[in-house]
Design a protein around this ligand. Structure first.
Ligand SMILES: *Cc1c(COP(=O)(O)O)cnc(C)c1O
Length: 355
């Protein structure tokens, strides 16, 4: 039986994606070849890649200045690739510190130039999104993490800035309507809301590139990947194919409809977290993530019992990240509302048994 997988990533994916991908591994569209063995220079793969890129452009309504890239190295590679390409030697990278991933991005940027952290919620275990800070008009870019996968906070109002905004959207891209054209660069590891691990979607404005004067190794140079259309070296053919399937599924549902269901799912789980006498939300209510709901138990000694109950109901991977403890239900696009309803029932049963 298919389990409800609440993992933060690699995360659950749409069932039609699993089925199509499985077929393609055996025989890609009756070609007599597995998707795993086709050349990345073949027309077949070029079509897949172009199809995936144009769906990204269409779904997000991207302006012409943007290039769509499928790169490797995870979102973590972008932590250094962004400053490598955008942070000039006498410029400044501005950062908002909202959690572990922001901190990693900040640490990498410091290898390249000046970094200014405008605000941080570290002293309160990243339980909220800092607000009311000023964004200087000087700076090469302002980096934000739109959804903090580990702590369960999300930036619901993208700040206004006169310098390019760079966004790590690994865990909330395609989950709601958002004007992507307000950014200078967006990146997202595929394994949260799009496809399997192995590729990272990067949207970058061409007009921002080539300005630092720094020599950049080819594999880290966005301009090289743009010129070679994401195939400077052998791209991860299968993960990109799966992303293409994921994008087709997103298009079929429609982002507006996905957003509606995502809101319903989030409301269901947070309502129960607030109602249940044995659970407590980790974050401030206004900054709650629609994608990762974090909570702790009023009695942490009962954690194992909660996990057992959840597993009996086919709900797996709900343990929180070690830095927060407790639990985290990741409820990305592909998590059906039935999965969230089942988890809510588990929480209610838990209260009946242990409350
Ligand atoms: C998972 C995640 C990352 C790290 O992604 P990798 O692909 O493992 O490098 C970075 N940022 C955010 C917001 C994430 O959720």
């Amino acid at each position: 039986m298919k389990k409800y997988n609440f993992s933060s990533g690699p995360a659950t994916l749409p069932q039609p994606l699993f089925e199509e991908a499985a077929k393609a591994v055996l025989d890609y569209q009756d070609s007599g070849l597995s998707i795993l063995e086709i050349s990345h220079r073949s027309d077949t793969f070029v079509e897949i890649l172009e199809g995936a890129k144009s769906l990204v452009v269409e779904l997000l309504g991207l302006e012409d200045d943007f290039e769509v890239l499928f790169l490797t190295g995870g979102a973590s590679m972008q932590f250094c690739q962004v400053p490598f390409n955008l942070l000039s030697s006498n410029g400044t990278g501005l950062y908002l510190d909202t959690g572990t991933w922001s901190e990693k991005a900040i640490a990498e940027a410091k290898l390249f130039g000046n970094v200014q952290v405008l605000a941080s919620s570290k002293s309160s275990t990243f339980n909220h999104i800092p607000k009311g800070y000023a964004i200087p008009q000087q700076g090469d870019y302002f980096h934000i993490t739109t959804n903090n996968t580990i702590y369960g906070t999300q930036i619901h109002d993208i700040p206004q800035a006169s310098i390019p905004i760079v966004a790590d959207m690994s865990s909330d891209i395609f989950s709601k309507k958002i004007d992507t054209n307000q950014f200078g660069l967006v990146y997202a590891g595929a394994q949260k809301n799009l496809g399997p691990a192995g590729t990272t979607l990067v949207l970058v404005r061409k007009s921002l590139l080539g300005k630092t004067g720094r020599a950049i190794p080819s594999m880290l140079d966005y301009q090289v990947h743009i010129a070679k259309q994401s195939a400077f070296n052998t791209p991860p053919v299968f993960p990109i194919y799966c992303c293409y399937l994921g994008l087709q599924w997103i298009k079929k549902q429609g982002i507006a409809q996905l957003e509606k269901i995502n809101r319903q799912k989030a409301q269901l789980i947070y309502q129960e977290i607030d109602r249940n006498s044995l659970t407590k939300g980790h974050t401030t209510v206004e900054d709650r993530s629609m994608m990762n709901a974090t909570f702790t138990l009023t009695n942490p000694e009962l954690e194992e019992s909660f996990v057992d109950l959840a597993e009996q109901a086919n709900c797996v991977a709900i343990q929180g990240h070690r830095s927060v403890g407790g639990f985290r239900a990741s409820i990305y696009n592909a998590m059906p509302i039935e999965g969230v309803q089942t988890l809510v029932e588990v929480m209610q049963e838990f209260e009946r048994q242990f409350g």
